[in-house]
Design a protein around this ligand. Structure first.
Ligand code: MTE
Length: 342
Protein backbone atom coordinates (compact mmCIF):
# COMPACT_ATOMS: atom_id res chain seq x y z
CA UNK A 1 0.00 0.00 0.00
CA UNK A 2 2.83 2.37 0.70
CA UNK A 3 4.22 2.35 -2.84
CA UNK A 4 1.03 3.13 -4.72
CA UNK A 5 1.56 5.82 -7.33
CA UNK A 6 0.45 9.17 -6.03
CA UNK A 7 -2.75 10.33 -7.69
CA UNK A 8 -3.89 13.74 -6.67
CA UNK A 9 -7.18 14.90 -8.13
CA UNK A 10 -9.32 17.97 -7.68
CA UNK A 11 -11.77 17.34 -4.87
CA UNK A 12 -15.06 16.06 -6.18
CA UNK A 13 -17.79 17.62 -4.11
CA UNK A 14 -20.54 15.90 -6.06
CA UNK A 15 -21.24 12.48 -4.77
CA UNK A 16 -23.76 10.54 -6.80
CA UNK A 17 -26.94 10.18 -4.79
CA UNK A 18 -27.40 6.64 -3.75
CA UNK A 19 -30.37 4.58 -2.90
CA UNK A 20 -30.70 3.10 0.55
CA UNK A 21 -31.87 -0.28 1.54
CA UNK A 22 -32.04 0.31 5.26
CA UNK A 23 -35.62 -0.68 5.86
CA UNK A 24 -35.82 -3.23 3.13
CA UNK A 25 -33.08 -5.46 4.28
CA UNK A 26 -33.27 -8.49 6.39
CA UNK A 27 -30.83 -11.24 6.30
CA UNK A 28 -32.40 -14.61 6.03
CA UNK A 29 -34.89 -15.71 3.41
CA UNK A 30 -38.02 -17.55 4.28
CA UNK A 31 -37.00 -20.91 2.95
CA UNK A 32 -34.34 -22.52 0.88
CA UNK A 33 -36.92 -23.22 -1.79
CA UNK A 34 -37.79 -19.55 -1.99
CA UNK A 35 -34.12 -18.71 -2.15
CA UNK A 36 -33.54 -21.02 -5.06
CA UNK A 37 -36.59 -19.67 -6.82
CA UNK A 38 -35.33 -16.16 -6.16
CA UNK A 39 -32.03 -17.00 -7.72
CA UNK A 40 -33.68 -18.24 -10.87
CA UNK A 41 -36.37 -15.65 -11.38
CA UNK A 42 -34.83 -12.43 -12.60
CA UNK A 43 -37.73 -10.21 -11.61
CA UNK A 44 -37.62 -11.44 -8.08
CA UNK A 45 -33.91 -11.55 -7.86
CA UNK A 46 -32.85 -8.02 -8.80
CA UNK A 47 -29.82 -8.44 -6.61
CA UNK A 48 -29.49 -11.77 -4.94
CA UNK A 49 -32.60 -11.71 -2.94
CA UNK A 50 -35.50 -13.71 -1.73
CA UNK A 51 -37.98 -11.17 -0.44
CA UNK A 52 -37.48 -8.18 -2.61
CA UNK A 53 -34.31 -6.82 -1.06
CA UNK A 54 -31.15 -6.62 -3.01
CA UNK A 55 -27.71 -7.62 -2.10
CA UNK A 56 -28.45 -10.11 0.63
CA UNK A 57 -29.96 -13.54 0.72
CA UNK A 58 -29.80 -16.87 2.30
CA UNK A 59 -27.39 -19.04 0.36
CA UNK A 60 -29.18 -20.81 -2.42
CA UNK A 61 -28.86 -24.21 -0.90
CA UNK A 62 -28.37 -23.28 2.71
CA UNK A 63 -29.66 -26.36 4.48
CA UNK A 64 -27.06 -28.94 3.86
CA UNK A 65 -24.33 -26.61 2.71
CA UNK A 66 -21.70 -26.22 5.25
CA UNK A 67 -18.79 -24.06 4.29
CA UNK A 68 -16.30 -26.67 3.20
CA UNK A 69 -18.71 -28.81 1.27
CA UNK A 70 -17.94 -27.20 -2.04
CA UNK A 71 -14.90 -28.27 -4.01
CA UNK A 72 -11.85 -26.39 -2.86
CA UNK A 73 -9.57 -28.25 -5.23
CA UNK A 74 -10.38 -26.74 -8.58
CA UNK A 75 -13.12 -24.15 -8.22
CA UNK A 76 -12.36 -22.61 -11.59
CA UNK A 77 -15.25 -20.15 -11.47
CA UNK A 78 -18.63 -19.41 -9.95
CA UNK A 79 -20.56 -22.37 -8.59
CA UNK A 80 -23.63 -23.27 -10.61
CA UNK A 81 -25.93 -23.18 -7.57
CA UNK A 82 -27.53 -19.95 -8.73
CA UNK A 83 -27.58 -17.79 -11.81
CA UNK A 84 -24.91 -15.29 -10.85
CA UNK A 85 -25.26 -13.32 -14.06
CA UNK A 86 -28.56 -11.97 -12.72
CA UNK A 87 -27.22 -10.99 -9.33
CA UNK A 88 -26.51 -7.31 -8.68
CA UNK A 89 -25.74 -5.15 -5.67
CA UNK A 90 -28.45 -3.18 -3.88
CA UNK A 91 -27.29 -0.16 -5.92
CA UNK A 92 -27.91 -2.20 -9.06
CA UNK A 93 -24.22 -2.68 -9.78
CA UNK A 94 -23.06 -5.79 -11.64
CA UNK A 95 -20.73 -8.21 -9.88
CA UNK A 96 -17.05 -8.23 -10.64
CA UNK A 97 -15.94 -11.39 -12.37
CA UNK A 98 -14.55 -14.45 -10.64
CA UNK A 99 -11.28 -13.63 -12.33
CA UNK A 100 -11.17 -10.04 -11.03
CA UNK A 101 -11.95 -11.18 -7.50
CA UNK A 102 -9.51 -14.08 -7.39
CA UNK A 103 -6.52 -12.76 -9.34
CA UNK A 104 -6.29 -9.12 -8.20
CA UNK A 105 -5.59 -9.39 -4.49
CA UNK A 106 -3.83 -7.89 -1.52
CA UNK A 107 -2.42 -10.58 0.73
CA UNK A 108 1.12 -9.58 1.62
CA UNK A 109 1.81 -12.93 3.25
CA UNK A 110 2.12 -14.18 -0.36
CA UNK A 111 3.83 -11.20 -1.97
CA UNK A 112 3.08 -7.56 -2.64
CA UNK A 113 2.10 -7.72 -6.31
CA UNK A 114 -1.61 -7.92 -7.09
CA UNK A 115 -1.15 -11.24 -8.88
CA UNK A 116 1.24 -12.74 -6.31
CA UNK A 117 -1.44 -14.17 -3.97
CA UNK A 118 -3.13 -16.11 -6.80
CA UNK A 119 0.26 -17.45 -7.89
CA UNK A 120 1.69 -18.22 -4.46
CA UNK A 121 -1.12 -18.99 -2.02
CA UNK A 122 -1.25 -22.69 -2.91
CA UNK A 123 1.10 -23.23 0.07
CA UNK A 124 -1.70 -22.34 2.48
CA UNK A 125 -3.56 -25.35 3.89
CA UNK A 126 -7.05 -24.16 4.85
CA UNK A 127 -8.15 -27.59 6.11
CA UNK A 128 -7.93 -28.74 8.82
CA UNK A 129 -8.19 -25.34 10.52
CA UNK A 130 -8.91 -24.24 14.04
CA UNK A 131 -10.00 -20.96 15.52
CA UNK A 132 -9.10 -19.80 19.03
CA UNK A 133 -11.52 -17.64 21.02
CA UNK A 134 -9.83 -15.79 23.86
CA UNK A 135 -10.11 -12.89 26.27
CA UNK A 136 -13.25 -11.38 27.74
CA UNK A 137 -15.74 -14.13 26.81
CA UNK A 138 -17.79 -16.71 28.65
CA UNK A 139 -16.92 -19.38 26.06
CA UNK A 140 -13.19 -19.29 25.37
CA UNK A 141 -11.69 -22.26 23.62
CA UNK A 142 -10.25 -23.66 20.46
CA UNK A 143 -12.81 -24.73 17.86
CA UNK A 144 -12.45 -26.85 14.77
CA UNK A 145 -13.51 -24.65 11.88
CA UNK A 146 -16.52 -26.86 11.19
CA UNK A 147 -17.74 -26.57 14.80
CA UNK A 148 -17.08 -22.85 14.77
CA UNK A 149 -19.25 -22.37 11.68
CA UNK A 150 -21.91 -25.03 11.87
CA UNK A 151 -24.46 -23.38 14.21
CA UNK A 152 -24.78 -20.38 11.91
CA UNK A 153 -26.95 -19.67 8.87
CA UNK A 154 -24.96 -19.47 5.65
CA UNK A 155 -25.87 -16.50 3.45
CA UNK A 156 -24.81 -14.91 0.18
CA UNK A 157 -24.19 -11.19 0.45
CA UNK A 158 -23.21 -8.83 -2.32
CA UNK A 159 -20.97 -6.06 -1.01
CA UNK A 160 -18.74 -3.40 -2.48
CA UNK A 161 -15.09 -3.75 -1.46
CA UNK A 162 -13.24 -0.40 -1.50
CA UNK A 163 -9.51 -0.66 -1.03
CA UNK A 164 -7.67 2.28 0.54
CA UNK A 165 -5.60 2.26 -2.67
CA UNK A 166 -8.65 3.66 -4.51
CA UNK A 167 -9.77 0.59 -6.45
CA UNK A 168 -13.00 -1.28 -5.80
CA UNK A 169 -14.99 -4.37 -6.69
CA UNK A 170 -18.46 -5.80 -6.15
CA UNK A 171 -18.19 -9.23 -4.56
CA UNK A 172 -20.76 -11.95 -3.88
CA UNK A 173 -19.49 -13.32 -0.58
CA UNK A 174 -20.83 -16.42 1.09
CA UNK A 175 -20.53 -16.69 4.87
CA UNK A 176 -22.06 -15.98 8.25
CA UNK A 177 -22.95 -12.88 10.27
CA UNK A 178 -20.16 -11.83 12.61
CA UNK A 179 -22.80 -10.73 15.15
CA UNK A 180 -24.06 -14.30 15.46
CA UNK A 181 -20.58 -15.56 16.26
CA UNK A 182 -19.92 -12.77 18.75
CA UNK A 183 -23.19 -13.42 20.56
CA UNK A 184 -22.52 -17.12 20.71
CA UNK A 185 -19.15 -16.49 22.34
CA UNK A 186 -20.89 -14.39 25.03
CA UNK A 187 -18.53 -11.47 25.54
CA UNK A 188 -18.30 -10.28 29.14
CA UNK A 189 -19.40 -6.75 30.04
CA UNK A 190 -15.74 -5.71 29.85
CA UNK A 191 -15.35 -6.60 26.16
CA UNK A 192 -15.23 -3.43 24.05
CA UNK A 193 -13.20 -4.62 21.07
CA UNK A 194 -12.81 -7.80 19.01
CA UNK A 195 -9.37 -8.45 17.59
CA UNK A 196 -8.88 -10.91 14.71
CA UNK A 197 -5.52 -12.41 13.77
CA UNK A 198 -4.21 -14.11 10.64
CA UNK A 199 -2.26 -17.36 10.76
CA UNK A 200 1.44 -16.96 11.58
CA UNK A 201 3.37 -19.65 9.72
CA UNK A 202 6.29 -18.85 7.43
CA UNK A 203 6.04 -22.20 5.73
CA UNK A 204 2.45 -21.75 4.66
CA UNK A 205 2.82 -17.99 4.22
CA UNK A 206 6.32 -17.44 2.85
CA UNK A 207 5.84 -13.66 2.60
CA UNK A 208 6.05 -13.57 6.40
CA UNK A 209 9.81 -14.15 6.03
CA UNK A 210 10.06 -10.56 4.82
CA UNK A 211 9.56 -7.99 7.55
CA UNK A 212 7.37 -5.71 5.45
CA UNK A 213 4.70 -5.79 8.16
CA UNK A 214 4.74 -6.78 11.79
CA UNK A 215 3.32 -10.31 11.43
CA UNK A 216 0.85 -11.76 12.10
CA UNK A 217 -1.62 -9.41 10.43
CA UNK A 218 -4.05 -8.16 13.08
CA UNK A 219 -7.26 -6.19 12.74
CA UNK A 220 -9.99 -5.25 15.20
CA UNK A 221 -13.43 -3.73 15.47
CA UNK A 222 -15.23 -1.93 18.24
CA UNK A 223 -17.89 -4.23 19.70
CA UNK A 224 -20.81 -2.22 18.27
CA UNK A 225 -19.17 -2.43 14.83
CA UNK A 226 -18.66 -6.16 15.20
CA UNK A 227 -22.31 -6.79 16.01
CA UNK A 228 -23.57 -4.49 13.27
CA UNK A 229 -25.69 -6.57 10.88
CA UNK A 230 -23.45 -5.73 7.91
CA UNK A 231 -20.28 -7.17 9.50
CA UNK A 232 -19.65 -10.56 7.95
CA UNK A 233 -17.31 -13.52 8.09
CA UNK A 234 -16.78 -14.86 4.60
CA UNK A 235 -16.10 -18.51 3.92
CA UNK A 236 -16.79 -18.34 0.21
CA UNK A 237 -17.20 -16.27 -2.90
CA UNK A 238 -19.50 -16.93 -5.86
CA UNK A 239 -20.92 -19.90 -3.98
CA UNK A 240 -17.53 -21.63 -3.74
CA UNK A 241 -15.19 -22.00 -0.81
CA UNK A 242 -12.87 -19.01 -0.57
CA UNK A 243 -9.81 -19.43 -2.74
CA UNK A 244 -6.66 -19.22 -0.62
CA UNK A 245 -5.74 -15.84 -2.08
CA UNK A 246 -9.00 -14.37 -0.80
CA UNK A 247 -8.32 -15.43 2.77
CA UNK A 248 -9.37 -19.06 3.09
CA UNK A 249 -10.89 -20.49 5.07
CA UNK A 250 -12.33 -17.54 7.01
CA UNK A 251 -11.97 -13.80 6.54
CA UNK A 252 -13.63 -10.68 7.81
CA UNK A 253 -15.70 -8.42 5.53
CA UNK A 254 -16.69 -4.96 6.78
CA UNK A 255 -18.00 -3.26 3.66
CA UNK A 256 -18.17 0.32 4.99
CA UNK A 257 -14.45 0.27 5.83
CA UNK A 258 -11.37 0.22 3.64
CA UNK A 259 -10.42 -3.28 2.56
CA UNK A 260 -7.42 -3.55 4.87
CA UNK A 261 -9.76 -4.01 7.84
CA UNK A 262 -10.95 -7.28 6.24
CA UNK A 263 -8.34 -9.55 7.79
CA UNK A 264 -7.82 -12.87 6.02
CA UNK A 265 -7.23 -16.49 7.13
CA UNK A 266 -8.29 -15.83 10.72
CA UNK A 267 -7.02 -18.14 13.47
CA UNK A 268 -7.91 -16.13 16.57
CA UNK A 269 -10.66 -13.91 17.93
CA UNK A 270 -9.72 -12.02 21.10
CA UNK A 271 -12.23 -9.96 23.08
CA UNK A 272 -10.57 -6.98 24.73
CA UNK A 273 -11.29 -4.11 27.04
CA UNK A 274 -8.81 -1.75 25.35
CA UNK A 275 -8.37 -0.83 21.71
CA UNK A 276 -5.61 -3.10 20.39
CA UNK A 277 -2.84 -2.02 18.02
CA UNK A 278 -3.69 -3.08 14.46
CA UNK A 279 -1.24 -3.89 11.69
CA UNK A 280 -1.53 -0.94 9.31
CA UNK A 281 -2.20 1.61 12.04
CA UNK A 282 1.07 0.51 13.66
CA UNK A 283 2.97 0.34 10.40
CA UNK A 284 2.00 3.81 9.12
CA UNK A 285 -0.05 5.64 11.76
CA UNK A 286 -0.25 8.88 9.81
CA UNK A 287 -1.76 7.06 6.85
CA UNK A 288 -3.98 4.35 8.29
CA UNK A 289 -6.19 4.78 11.33
CA UNK A 290 -8.03 2.28 13.49
CA UNK A 291 -11.47 3.15 12.09
CA UNK A 292 -10.63 3.19 8.38
CA UNK A 293 -14.18 4.13 7.40
CA UNK A 294 -14.45 4.85 3.68
CA UNK A 295 -14.51 8.63 3.53
CA UNK A 296 -14.21 10.53 0.24
CA UNK A 297 -13.60 13.75 2.19
CA UNK A 298 -10.50 12.61 3.99
CA UNK A 299 -7.64 12.05 1.58
CA UNK A 300 -4.84 9.66 2.18
CA UNK A 301 -1.74 11.80 2.80
CA UNK A 302 -0.42 10.72 -0.62
CA UNK A 303 -3.53 10.43 -2.77
CA UNK A 304 -7.15 11.47 -3.06
CA UNK A 305 -9.95 9.27 -1.76
CA UNK A 306 -12.66 11.18 -3.64
CA UNK A 307 -12.81 8.71 -6.51
CA UNK A 308 -12.08 5.10 -7.17
CA UNK A 309 -11.42 2.74 -10.05
CA UNK A 310 -13.95 -0.06 -10.16
CA UNK A 311 -12.16 -3.07 -11.65
CA UNK A 312 -13.39 -3.53 -15.20
CA UNK A 313 -14.42 0.11 -15.64
CA UNK A 314 -12.56 2.74 -17.56
CA UNK A 315 -13.58 5.96 -15.83
CA UNK A 316 -13.07 6.53 -12.14
CA UNK A 317 -16.28 6.84 -10.18
CA UNK A 318 -17.04 8.94 -7.08
CA UNK A 319 -16.42 7.21 -3.78
CA UNK A 320 -19.49 7.11 -1.56
CA UNK A 321 -19.36 7.96 2.16
CA UNK A 322 -19.03 4.75 4.12
CA UNK A 323 -18.76 3.04 0.72
CA UNK A 324 -22.50 3.49 0.14
CA UNK A 325 -23.60 2.11 3.52
CA UNK A 326 -23.87 5.45 5.36
CA UNK A 327 -27.56 5.16 6.17
CA UNK A 328 -26.88 1.98 8.00
CA UNK A 329 -23.66 2.72 9.81
CA UNK A 330 -23.11 6.43 10.31
CA UNK A 331 -24.97 6.44 13.63
CA UNK A 332 -22.18 4.26 15.01
CA UNK A 333 -19.94 7.30 14.79
CA UNK A 334 -22.31 10.02 16.00
CA UNK A 335 -20.42 12.78 17.75
CA UNK A 336 -17.02 11.58 16.56
CA UNK A 337 -14.65 13.72 14.53
CA UNK A 338 -14.09 11.46 11.52
CA UNK A 339 -11.06 13.46 10.41
CA UNK A 340 -9.34 12.74 13.68
CA UNK A 341 -10.72 9.22 13.98
CA UNK A 342 -9.82 8.23 10.43
N1 MTE B 1 -5.29 -9.78 5.36
C1 MTE B 1 -4.03 -10.24 5.51
N2 MTE B 1 -3.79 -11.21 6.41
N3 MTE B 1 -2.98 -9.76 4.77
C2 MTE B 1 -3.17 -8.75 3.85
O1 MTE B 1 -2.18 -8.33 3.22
N4 MTE B 1 -4.77 -7.21 2.80
C3 MTE B 1 -5.95 -6.43 3.08
C4 MTE B 1 -7.17 -7.31 3.37
N5 MTE B 1 -6.83 -8.37 4.27
C5 MTE B 1 -4.49 -8.24 3.69
C6 MTE B 1 -5.54 -8.81 4.46
C7 MTE B 1 -6.27 -5.49 2.01
S1 MTE B 1 -5.25 -4.13 1.87
C8 MTE B 1 -7.35 -5.63 1.20
S2 MTE B 1 -7.81 -4.43 0.09
C9 MTE B 1 -8.16 -6.86 1.23
O2 MTE B 1 -7.64 -7.84 2.14
C10 MTE B 1 -8.19 -7.45 -0.16
O3 MTE B 1 -9.05 -8.56 -0.20
P1 MTE B 1 -9.17 -9.38 -1.57
O4 MTE B 1 -7.77 -9.76 -1.98
O5 MTE B 1 -10.03 -10.57 -1.28
O6 MTE B 1 -9.78 -8.44 -2.58
Amino acid sequence: MFWIRTIREPKDAEITPYETWLNRRHFVGTSAKAAVAGALVPGLLAGCDVDGERGVSKAAASPGIAPGDTDQEAPGGPSQDRDWSKVRSELDEPLNSWEDITTYNNFYEFGVGKDDPAKNAHTLRPRPWSVAVEGEVESPGVYDLEDFLSPHAVEDRVYRLRCVEAWSMVVPWRGIALADVVRRMQPTSKARFVEMTTLLDEEQMPGQRRRILDWPYVEALRMDEAIHPLAFLATGVYGRDLPNQNGAPLRLVVPWKYGFKSVKSIVRFRFLEDMPPTTWAVSAPREYGFYANVNPEVDHPRWSQARERRLGEFRRRPTLPFNGYADEVESLYAGMDLRKNF
